[in-house]
Design a protein around this ligand. Structure first.
Ligand SMILES: NC(=O)c1ccc[n+]([C@@H]2O[C@H](COP(=O)([O-])OP(=O)(O)OC[C@H]3O[C@@H](n4cnc5c(N)ncnc54)[C@H](O)[C@@H]3O)[C@@H](O)[C@H]2O)c1
Length: 260
């Protein structure tokens, strides 16, 4: 807490790192967390887009800095955490949103697709948490929220690598919840269903499907529609905050009932 005050100015009470902060859900998380008491580190390999998100947060009265980083590279991630803590003085929260999808069954996916999918979705979470946890511990505890997917809980067609990687995110989160509870660190997972973001559009293109038709099919779930990024951000905000002080190891599905 004191570190945050020194590094980010007198009013910042917490420092939160959002990976994939330039993407659809990540940007919504940044917007949702933005206030003058929260210093946001917006990390993404799309550094220009991260800069735009940070600017938007600042224009709305929040505090944010962009950080360019390929989260699949151990050295990059170490430099990222050093830079964030160097800039803001401490770290209290982490939301790992970065991820990517390559649609295909195991006969369609190449070994390179498999590796890239695991690197972006699972290695990135391991590497970021590995570098962040010592800082959270030093701050006296903190909160981690990972973003998995409904497909980390129940298989979907032609997304074999993605399903496997996201299932790994769920279990990694729960393992960290157990290991780091004594340090006052809570670790929880949000499992979204189909959400209106650039990723969903890319999936339609990868499958050679018209976007409108693809979205209509994705809406076939109990609540009858796809989700909005802000609805995922609300769940992240809850799990990161003090209202979830007794919640750890939870997997919160935010999917309009899609996994029922
Ligand atoms: N959109 C959906 O329907 C949906 C559903 C379930 C889960 N999710 C998950 O939500 C998260 C956010 O997805 P989104 O829909 O906002 O996608 P998106 O493509 O809009 O955003 C993902 C962001 O992650 C960044 N990223 C990916 N790999 C990275 C890496 N190695 N290093 C640095 N940055 C990297 C990308 O540059 C991008 O800005 C992902 O983990 C995704 O798997 C999305």
């Amino acid at each position: 807490m004191n570190g945050a005050r020194e590094g980010a100015g007198s009013e910042a009470d917490r420092v939160v790192l959002v990976t994939g902060g330039a993407g659809g859900i990540g940007a919504a998380v940044c917007r949702r967390l933005a206030d003058h008491r929260t210093a946001l580190a917006v990390a993404d390999r799309e550094v220009e887009a991260a800069r735009e998100v940070a600017l938007e947060v600042r224009m709305a009265g929040g505090r944010a800095e962009p950080f360019g980083c390929d989260l699949s590279r151990p050295k990059d991630v170490e430099v990222l955490l050093d830079s964030v803590v160097g800039r803001f003085g401490a770290l209290h929260g982490l939301c790992t949103v970065a991820g990517s999808i390559r649609r295909g069954d195991v006969t369609e996916l190449t070994p390179a697709d498999w590796r890239a999918t695991f690197q972006d979705n699972l290695d990135s979470v391991f590497l970021t948490c590995r570098a962040a946890i010592p800082h959270l511990t030093r701050a006296g505890g903190g909160a981690i929220v990972t973003i998995a997917s409904g497909w980390g809980l129940r298989a979907g067609r032609r997304a074999a690598a993605y399903c496997a990687a996201k299932a790994g995110v769920v279990m990694l989160t729960q393992a960290m919840a157990l290991d780091h509870a004594p340090a006052g660190i809570r670790a929880n997972c949000v499992a979204p269903g189909d959400v209106r973001t650039p990723m969903l559009e890319r999936e339609a293109r990868q499958l050679g499907r018209p976007v409108g038709e693809f979205y209509a099919e994705a809406a076939d779930r109990p609540l009858g529609r796809i989700g909005e990024p802000s609805e995922i951000a609300d769940a992240v905000s809850y799990l990161l905050g003090d209202e979830a002080s007794f919640v750890t190891g939870a997997v919160l599905t935010v999917d309009g009932g899609g996994t029922l």
